[in-house]
Design a protein around this ligand. Structure first.
Ligand SMILES: [Zn+2]
Length: 290
C-alpha cells in the first residue's frame, strides 16, 4: 500500500492560492470542502483505497499566511475567516478536520464546547478586533464527547454528580450541559414512549442526542452574542464532528456513512422551540430497530 499524504503547501508561483472568503456563504463552503477532503483522507488511510491520481490531500497556504510581503522580524497580521468554538478532545483537531492551516481559523476549545464567560470573551474579541476578516462563527460538537457522557451519567445517577471525585470546576462544565441532556431525555420520552428509560440502548441514544442538542443550544447563545455585537453580516452555524467517519454534519447518529453530500454546517437555531424539534428528530433517528 502507498503512503497517503496530508500536505500543507505553499506554492511560490501562486502565492495567493487561497484568498480570503468574500462572504459568510463562501466561508461556509470553504470549511465544508475542507472537511470533505479531510474525511476522504481519513477514509483512504483506514481502508487503503485512494482517490484518483496521486494519494495526496493538499491544504493550500497563501503568501500572507506564511508571512510573505513583510519585513524581517515583523509579525504577520491575524486574518482568520472563521471563529470556531469546539471541544478540547484530542480526536477533534479543528484546523485539520476543516482542511485549514495557519491564520485561517480563530479557535476556542473547551471540554464539552460549553460557553463560559471567558470563552464568550474570546468570541467578543474576535468579533471586534478581527472584524475585517471574520465572516463566520461555528459551534462544533463531536460524537463520543466525554463531557456530554459525564453529564448524561450524572443525569441518570445524580449521586455521581455530587460525589467528591468531581471537582467544582468540572461540575460547572457538566452543569452547563444538563439543559441539553434534559431536552434530549424529553425527546426520547415523547418518541420512544414513557418506558424509554428502560429500553435497550437508552443511555447511548441519550448521549448521541445530547451531543447534537448541546451544540444547537450553544449555537443559539453564540448567535445572540453576535447579534448583540451588531454583526449582522456574520453567519452563526453549528454541526457535530462524527469521530467514526470524520465528517462534520448535522444531525449525527451511529451507522451514518461518509458521503460528500452529508457534510454540512447548519444555521444556528433562532428560537428555543427548535431544540424540541431537534430532540424529536434525534429520537426518531435513534429509535431501536427491532
Ligand atoms: Zn468532547
Amino acid at each position: 500500500m502507498n503512503t497517503i499524504d496530508y500536505i500543507y503547501r505553499f506554492d511560490p508561483k501562486n502565492p495567493s492560492a487561497k484568498p480570503l472568503p468574500i462572504d459568510a456563504d463562501h466561508a461556509r463552503r470553504t470549511l465544508e470542502d475542507g472537511n470533505r477532503m479531510f474525511s476522504r483522507w481519513m477514509e483512504s488511510c483506514r481502508t487503503g483505497t485512494t482517490s484518483e491520481g496521486e494519494p495526496r490531500y493538499v491544504v493550500a497556504c497563501n503568501g500572507l499566511e506564511v508571512g510573505m510581503q513583510r519585513l524581517h522580524g515583523s509579525m504577520p497580521r491575524q486574518t482568520p475567516f472563521a471563529v470556531v468554538v469546539g471541544c478540547s478532545d484530542a480526536r477533534v483537531p479543528t484546523e485539520m478536520l476543516f482542511g485549514q492551516g495557519f491564520n485561517d481559523v480563530f479557535v476556542i476549545r473547551v471540554a464539552g464546547n460549553v460557553l463560559g464567560d471567558v470563552c464568550m470573551g474570546s468570541v467578543d474579541f474576535a468579533l471586534n478586533a478581527l472584524s475585517d476578516s471574520v465572516r463566520l462563527v461555528v459551534m462544533l460538537g463531536h460524537s463520543g464527547c466525554g463531557a456530554v457522557t459525564g453529564a448524561v451519567d450524572a443525569y441518570l445517577q445524580p449521586q455521581k454528580f455530587w460525589s467528591r471525585s468531581l471537582s467544582p470546576m468540572l461540575r460547572s462544565i457538566i452543569q452547563r450541559i444538563f439543559v441539553a441532556v434534559r431536552e434530549a431525555a424529553n425527546g426520547l420520552k415523547e418518541v420512544w414512549g414513557p418506558d424509554a428509560r428502560n429500553m435497550p440502548g437508552y443511555r447511548e441514544a441519550l448521549i448521541e442526542a445530547a451531543v447534537c442538542i448541546n451544540a444547537a443550544q450553544a449555537a443559539f447563545d453564540l448567535r445572540q452574542e453576535v447579534e448583540r455585537n451588531g454583526k449582522w453580516e456574520i453567519d452563526v452555524l453549528y454541526a457535530v464532528h462524527d469521530i467514526r467517519n470524520h465528517q462534520v454534519c448535522m444531525p449525527v447518529y451511529p451507522g451514518m456513512q461518509r458521503k460528500d453530500e452529508n457534510v454540512r454546517l447548519a444555521q444556528a437555531p433562532t428560537n428555543p422551540t427548535e431544540f424540541r424539534n431537534l430532540a424529536q428528530e434525534m429520537a426518531q433517528l435513534l429509535l431501536p430497530r427491532s
